[in-house]
Design a protein around this ligand. Structure first.
Ligand code: AMP
Ligand code: MG
Length: 329
């Protein structure tokens, strides 16, 4: 079975084509284009225009590099939420048009679950706790009793958004995470920042404000280092507690921030100390991508999910635990 998936919840428009070969995920193509604002953060309408402009181009490219014809596609998936309204609507409209024109079944996919499923498919993790650390989302997710449940999450902004906003203050444009990672490597001093874990949840906006204030007297290298250490330790703490609570022996990373080598090292060490396994997919499957939507749509379709066109309304605040997971036992 071949599935085409379209991702477009925020800054990236992506199209992936995957097939299941002996129950394994074989990625035939995975093409994407990222919107980068000239200044400031993501402007939802501009990002949506970007997606509308590039979608036809990357669609052609994805089909060409997968060496298939439109006719070969068995199911069409798209990111139905959560995400930015204008971006979601643009992708949903294009997906509906394609489904009707080419007479393909259409399936709206939960973006966060797609991160988890592509990670499972490509790393070999079977039943992991996922630390999903991205720009807009930060959640600790695990499978329990037919659903992917959220065991902890940010109470305010996503970890990536925290890094991007700090980056903006020191003149780094979006996405700032990779530059901050480099600065942090040069940092020598740990400066105290408000460590903010509340039960199983985390909060980043207070730390961000404190880090910005520190810019008056401390170096950006030391602050970047301290910001990373503080935020990543918080994530490790809640992820570890979710692992203990669910009694799971695997941890998986997802989301763009998970490309950060320091975050990877901290989570890996935590896993090793618990005797658990650590998994991280390669960067192109950590960031938002079409292949993850295609693969999850394929799993959903094969387990019996069907959607009528009028059920494909976007879901801006779509929660991970609203989806019944029929493809896992
Ligand atoms: P996503 O929203 O999952 O596509 O990921 C985008 C976010 O990941 C942005 O906020 C980036 O700043 C962040 N990011 C990307 N690479 C890194 C990195 N090496 N370290 C920290 N954050 C990163
Ligand atoms: Mg994402």
């Amino acid at each position: 079975m071949i599935s085409l998936g379209i991702e477009g919840t925020a800054h990236t428009i992506g199209i992936g084509i995957v097939e299941d070969k002996n129950k394994k995920c074989n990625v035939l193509s995975n093409v994407s284009k990222m919107y980068k604002p000239a200044t400031g953060g993501i402007h939802p309408r501009e990002a949506a225009n970007h997606h509308a402009f590039f979608l036809p181009k990357i669609l052609k490219e994805a089909i060409k590099s997968a060496r298939i014809e439109i006719d070969d596609i068995d199911v069409l998936g798209f990111s139905i939420g959560p995400g930015l309204g204008p971006c979601l609507r643009t992708v949903a409209t294009a997906s509906r048009a394609m489904a009707l024109k080419y007479k393909k079944p259409i399936i709206g996919v939960n973006h966060c679950i797609a991160h988890l499923e592509i990670g499972r498919a490509l790393t070999g993790a079977k039943d992991p706790v996922l630390l999903y650390a991205s720009g807009g989302n930060t959640q600790v997710i695990a499978f329990l009793d037919r659903k992917y449940r959220i065991f902890g999450e940010t109470l305010d902004i996503g970890i990536g958004n925290c890094l991007d906003k700090f980056g903006r203050e020191i003149g780094i444009s979006f996405p700032a995470g990779p530059e901050i990672e480099k600065l942090a490597e040069k940092g020598r001093k740990y400066i105290h920042l408000p460590y903010s874990v509340k039960g199983m949840d985390v909060a980043f906006s207070g730390i961000l404000t404190a880090a910005i204030h520190l810019l008056k007297k401390e170096s950006k290298e030391d602050i970047s280092h301290s910001l990373q250490e503080t935020c990543f330790s918080m994530l490790a703490e809640v992820t570890e507690r979710a692992m203990a609570h669910t009694d799971k022996g695997e941890v998986l990373l997802g989301g763009g921030v998970a490309a950060n080598k320091r975050l990877q090292a901290i989570i890996k060490k935590m896993a090793e100390e618990r005797g658990a396994k650590f998994y991280v997919p390669s960067k192109k499957y950590l960031v938002d991508n079409g292949a993850m939507i295609a693969w999850t749509a394929l799993l959903m379709y094969k387990s019996g999910y069907r959607m009528k066109i009028d059920e494909t309304k976007i879901r801006q605040n779509f929660r991970t635990d609203e989806v019944e997971i029929k493809w896992r036992s």
